[in-house]
Design a protein around this ligand. Structure first.
Ligand code: HEM
Ligand code: HEM
Length: 216
């Protein structure tokens, strides 16, 4: 085993990469559990990616099939109900954790120079998390999902000047239809994960380069 890992390390220097990026002592003030909230948010995101991929194996994003495919996941697929429940509860937990993490950063004043840009990156991550929740909510295509998305996209119409355009773009037309379902599905499993990964990478690189903010 060690011969194999040495061989690999000689060609892909993962132990040096790990040392450079992760093997640093945590400053004493950051051992307070409130400093775990960012990491816990990331953990829930990881859970969402894994359970989400399993759901996507069975979920079918068309009005005729969406509800039935969820029913199939809940009643026929082995561990289907479990995986879907984990995806549902972890989504709620992620929103709670990201807000608590933001409050921790605010409370400890960690957004101040030179971390202003990381606060901005974090703000985008907050919006992305909420967008995940909003787009995911339509996917079961039941009454609650349909009307929640109708009301949610109607609110966009209130935006000054570009309101109607925004609503039509999001719905893929004037009403919530199969085009809305297709759009929300593509956003949920393709666009948002990619954008999230880019912002997460920027967020973590900044945390690593700047180090954790000093005590207040
Ligand atoms: C790569 C990442 C992800 C994939 C592939 C994915 C995939 C899916 C799929 C296929 C569904 C439809 C099945 C169902 O409704 O149970 C779904 C639903 C949902 N997703 Fe995701 N998801 C991902 C990440 C996320 C994240 C990060 C969040 C939340 C912050 C989230 C929140 C939701 C919600 C709230 C639902 C509706 C659940 C329900 O009540 O049934 N998802 N997702
Ligand atoms: C998906 C969402 C997010 C994830 C996974 C995440 C993850 C993390 C992690 C792991 C850290 C290291 C320190 C810690 O855990 O407390 C951190 C630091 C930080 N985060 Fe986030 N974060 C997210 C959202 C946010 C939001 C919404 C904001 C603010 C609007 C924010 C602002 C910051 C700042 C300024 C730091 C540096 C704090 C310091 O040096 O003490 N993050 N983030």
């Amino acid at each position: 085993m060690s011969r194999l890992s040495n061989w690999l390390d000689g060609r892909f220097p993962y132990s040096r990469m790990y040392r450079d990026f992760a093997a640093h002592p945590v400053p004493p003030h950051a051992r307070n559990p409130i400093y775990c909230l960012g990491g816990l948010t990331f953990l829930t995101f990881g859970i969402q990616v894994i359970t989400g991929v399993f759901l996507a194996f069975y979920y079918q994003p068309t009005p005729e099939r969406a509800y039935g495919s969820i029913e199939f996941i809940m009643t026929q697929v082995r561990f289907g109900a479990f995986v879907r429940s984990v995806h549902h509860y972890a989504a709620n937990l992620m929103v709670i954790l990201v807000v608590l993490h933001m409050l921790r950063v605010f409370y400890t004043g960690s957004f101040k120079k030179p971390r202003e840009l990381n606060w901005v990156a974090g703000s985008f991550l907050l919006l992305i998390t909420l967008a995940f929740g909003f787009t995911g909510y339509l996917l079961p295509w039941d009454q609650v999902a349909y009307w929640a998305s109708t009301v949610g996209t109607e609110i966009m119409r209130g935006t000054p000047l570009v309101g109607k355009l925004l609503m039509v773009l999001t719905r893929g037309g004037l009403k919530v239809t199969e085009h809305t379902l297709g759009r929300f599905f593509a956003l949920h499993i393709l666009v948002l994960p990619l954008v999230a990964l880019i912002f997460l990478a920027a967020h973590f690189i900044m945390v690593r380069v700047q180090g954790i903010a000093d005590e207040l």
